[in-house]
Design a protein around this ligand. Structure first.
Ligand code: DHB
Ligand code: MG
Length: 224
């Protein structure tokens, strides 16, 4: 039912979001044929983020976890003013993403940095501190869940005041509140929720979500 409702509402949205634009569907097809896992953001969630960035006139975004580039391509193609820096640790994924981004004609606005999130974020932070890079208006954390808090901790410092940091997949079918959980991805979700909850730099909320990618949720934080 969740998938059927996503399909129905996307089909009836304006401008039409289903069937996919050829750029987005070829991004997903290429990702599928390159054996990337089917864990990109849902179409509806990517559209929601795109609308949010448009409504807030956001011009700079950082993504941790590029995968095949679906979210970056979606956000950049819906927002002509937006420049995205996206970080991917897996060279094969980064390669697929770069090919998809080039095919979409977005290589001028989406920069894929190959490297481990923690290392690349440290470098980006240095660039922000030394004035080589501006702070970001939006950060989307969607990578290895074990490092959620490490990513958030740096992200909050390189996001401008009133900018937003989102952490994907913090509910995981409700397993976030199950006792005796040993899955390190769930523990990573819990850690970021609890640390962000006592982080004086931000105000935040976790929103549970359902849709074509199942039952999950994301954490939204506004930087003070
Ligand atoms: C997984 C990761 C994601 O970023 C996501 O949106 C869904 C699932 C995963 O690793 O299982
Ligand atoms: Mg995700």
């Amino acid at each position: 039912t969740w998938t059927a409702v996503d399909t129905y509402t996307l089909t009836h949205s304006h401008p039409p979001s289903r069937p996919n634009s050829s750029i987005l569907s070829s991004t997903l097809t290429t990702s599928h044929h390159s054996n990337l896992p089917n864990i990109a953001a849902s179409h509806a969630q990517a559209k929601f983020l795109a609308l949010f960035l448009r409504a807030t006139n956001t011009t700079t975004a950082l993504e941790i976890g590029t995968l095949g580039g679906f979210t970056s391509i979606f956000l950049a193609s819906e927002n002509p003013q937006l420049k995205i820096t996206t970080v991917e640790v897996n060279p094969e994924h980064a390669g697929v993403a770069r090919r998809n981004i080039t095919a979409a004609g977005l290589e001028g606005r989406i920069e894929v940095i190959l490297g481990a999130g923690v290392d690349v974020l440290a470098k980006i932070k240095e660039d922000v501190v030394t004035g080589k890079r501006e702070k970001f208006g939006f950060v989307f954390i969607d990578a290895d869940k074990e490092n959620n808090w490490n990513y958030f901790d740096v992200a909050a410092g390189i996001t401008r005041s009133k900018g937003v940091v989102v952490v994907d997949n913090v509910v995981r079918g409700g397993r976030v509140v199950e006792e005796g959980v040993t899955d390190t991805r769930i523990l990573g979700a819990r850690r970021v929720i609890e640390e962000v909850g006592r982080d004086g730099r931000v105000d935040s909320v976790v929103l549970q979500t359902v849709g074509e990618k199942g039952y999950d949720g994301w954490l939204w934080a506004v930087v003070n």
